[in-house]
Design a protein around this ligand. Structure first.
Ligand code: 28G
Length: 635
């Protein structure tokens, strides 16, 4: 038995050797994205079995080690009977032959092209251990693999009730530099799958944190849209979303809703795989929406005087999910997440335009609200552009005349070498103004209340004096008219008290920047200053501590049988002497800044939304928690 298996071992090794030699060719790379592709691959197979109508439950377990996964479905179970000629089971073929796996059967969709859909054999080849278990024909079967090599044929373990397939695997640490799955990413994928494939129950058992969640959404994409709208600020322009579902020739599902958000947010999927960079299907959708709206505006004589509606105006605040199933998807781009099938453009445009127009004409009050929203977007765009042109012109000709009165600007001619400190409160602003390096550091004190832009309409945001002053001082416009080259500073530094009020203001400012000036964060120009909370005098030495932990460290390291330390807790920035503020917080040579960074936009949207609904101390903890482990603030 054992010797007859050795021959096949060699065959298998040859079959899967290219995968182990060049894993990047099959999964895109051996970094975090490549590692997670292994999970998506096996998960897609389970979802396929469900979409073919044979499974309704899928469970994913992330084991406590964080580096191994078990996925189970209650489908038919992979066939285990031995083929008389090849003396292999279908199961073994699926796991040991490249591109095998029955994905091109008639009536099914190729799960993906490019990086995905390369099959369970790739996962097997790149796993230090993989165990496939099948319940079928009243028996429990098992086959084990190491680095793709079967450790024996499929074995009958005993009797079993029901049917299904279970796959356990541990990616090979000699292939992947870090084998650590990200529970948030896995969770997100399962949740999205539950929206895209209604009727499937997906369970996530995260044993790294001891949490278990079940995702199931009978309303599919409509439920997904509700969630996205809430995550992104929660203000819909109309109650009922537009929903379209077609399955003749092209299988398509679409939901759309206009919101008060300032940007467009479309999530698109092809065969259940996210197309983060869009592509022809998204472009077809945009074309269809644009034409439907324009037709409606024209036929009802709703065109506003003095402004023309641009495509951007129509799309502003538009939130939606598009899911299409394509027999032969072509993916493009570095991360293979853009659909490139040219026929999709006109196909989707042709479906969406008449359906949306029909819907608008049969829901007139909804349609009017949408058109009003679009006209508002056009007017806001014009107003913002006018304001920006004003700043640019006056800056160029007669100095910085239109800058806010309370801004203490710096004198250095180069924006790159200049910093803007946005300071909470007048007295703190005064200290900062006196303590700063006036050539390179500008101070903008904020007096009034900063608006919570997460729940405010665009019109309200435009009216808020503090935010308007900030935008004017920055000089780069915002939203649609943002122009990074006009930014008047190289760094934008938020300087707030180290207490909960200070953190509240910092969070409001960051929310505004994240929503309306996201390019500032993306280009790494936004920072949090870290003023000290304690002054600790030990004999003639003075130390500063940012927080309790810092204070404990100073006391431990510097008080050794010497004079008793004298500890002063600062009540706020305002009571700090300008010189002290310079030394501890402003001086580029001695200060420590936290750079604000966005790890993942979808996750960030949810986090911001969750935080903005809670009390300031929760936000404060969040900021500090993340700051500690990352050194950079992962907003
Ligand atoms: C748990 C994690 C991943 C799967 C099935 C079920 C069948 C199957 C899978 O067959 C080979 C090729 C065409 C028939 C099909 C069972 C038909 C009858 C299946 C999974 C054999 C593939 N009975 N469940 N593959 N076909 N679940 N979950 O991978 O001829 S893969």
């Amino acid at each position: 038995m054992a010797s007859s298996y050795t021959a096949k071992d060699i065959q298998v090794l040859e079959g899967l050797e290219p995968v182990r030699r060049r894993p990047g060719m099959y999964i895109g790379g051996v970094g975090s994205a490549g590692l997670h592709h292994l999970v998506w691959e096996i998960l897609d197979n389970a979802i396929d079995e469900a979409m073919n109508g044979h499974a309704s439950n899928i469970a994913l377990t992330l084991h406590a080690d964080g580096s191994s996964v078990t996925i189970a479905d209650d489908g038919r179970g992979m066939p285990v009977d031995i083929h008389p000629k090849t003396r292999q089971s279908a199961l073994e073929v699926i796991f040991t032959v490249l591109h095998a796996g029955g994905k091109f059967e008639h009536g099914t969709y190729k799960t993906a092209g490019g990086l995905h859909g390369v099959g369970a054999s790739v996962v097997n080849a790149l796993s230090k251990e993989l165990v496939a278990t099948v319940k079928r024909d009243g028996c429990l079967w098992e086959q084990r693999f190491k680095q793709g090599r079967p450790q024996g044929p499929v074995k009958k373990l005993g009797p079993a009730r029901g049917t299904g397939t279970t796959v356990y695997f541990h990616p090979d640490p000699t292939v992947f530099p870090r084998v650590d799955f990200d529970p948030a990413l896995v969770r997100e994928r399962l949740e999205v799958a539950s929206y895209l494939h209604r009727g499937v129950r997906l369970t996530f058992d995260d044993q790294t944190s001891g949490t278990k969640v079940v995702f199931a959404h009978e309303e599919g994409l409509l439920d997904y849209l509700k969630k996205i709208v809430i995550e992104r600020g929660g203000r819909a322009v109309h109650e009922t979303a537009f929903a379209l579902s077609r399955d003749n020739g092209l299988r398509l599902e679409l939901v759309l809703q206009w919101t008060e958000a300032t940007d467009e947010h479309i999530r698109s999927y092809v065969n259940g795989i996210p197309t983060g960079s869009g592509g022809t299907h998204e472009n077809g959708l945009r074309a269809g929406v644009g034409k439907a709206i324009r037709n409606f505006v024209d036929t009802h004589n709703l065109s506003p005087k003095g402004v023309t509606l641009t495509a951007d105006d129509i799309r502003e605040g538009l939130t939606g999910v598009l899911s299409v199933f394509v027999a032969d998807p072509q993916f493009q781009g570095q991360t293979k997440d853009r659909l490139n099938n040219p026929e999709m453009l006109s196909a989707i445009d042709g479906l969406v335009r008449p359906a949306l127009e029909h819907w608008l004409n049969h829901n007139l009050s909804v349609a009017e609200a949408i058109v009003a929203r679009i006209i508002l977007a056009a007017r806001a765009r014009e107003a913002s552009r006018a304001a920006q042109q004003e700043v640019t012109r006056k800056t160029a000709t007669s100095g910085r005349l239109t800058l806010p009165g309370k801004l203490s600007d710096c004198t250095h001619p180069s924006a790159l070498d200049s910093e803007l400190f946005v300071v909470e409160g007048d007295s703190a602003g005064g200290s900062a103004k006196q303590g700063r390096d006036r050539t390179r550091q500008a101070i903008l004190p904020l007096r009034g209340k900063v608006l919570n832009t997460e729940s405010a309409s665009l019109a309200k945001v435009l009216e808020n004096k503090e935010l308007a002053d900030l935008v004017t001082a920055l000089g780069c416009g915002f939203g649609k008219t943002f122009d990074l080259s006009k930014l008047r500073y190289g760094k934008v530094i938020i300087l707030a008290d180290a207490d909960s009020d200070g953190n509240h203001i910092a969070t409001l400012l960051l929310t505004f920047i994240y929503r309306h000036l996201p390019q500032l964060i993306a280009t790494g120009k936004v920072f949090l200053a870290q003023p000290p909370l304690y002054r600790i005098d030990i004999g003639k030495e003075t130390h500063w501590a940012l927080d309790e932990g810092d204070k404990a460290r100073v006391l431990r390291d510097h008080v050794k049988g010497r004079a008793t330390p004298e500890i002063t807790r600062f009540k706020g920035l305002g009571e700090m002497m300008p010189k002290v503020l310079w030394e501890t917080t402003l001086n580029p040579k001695t200060r420590r800044l936290l750079r604000v960074d966005i790890a993942d936009q979808i996750v960030t949207d949810r986090v911001i939304n969750e935080l903005m609904g809670k009390d300031a101390s929760a936000r404060f903890r969040f900021i500090m928690d993340r700051a500690e482990d990352a050194q950079a603030l992962d907003l």
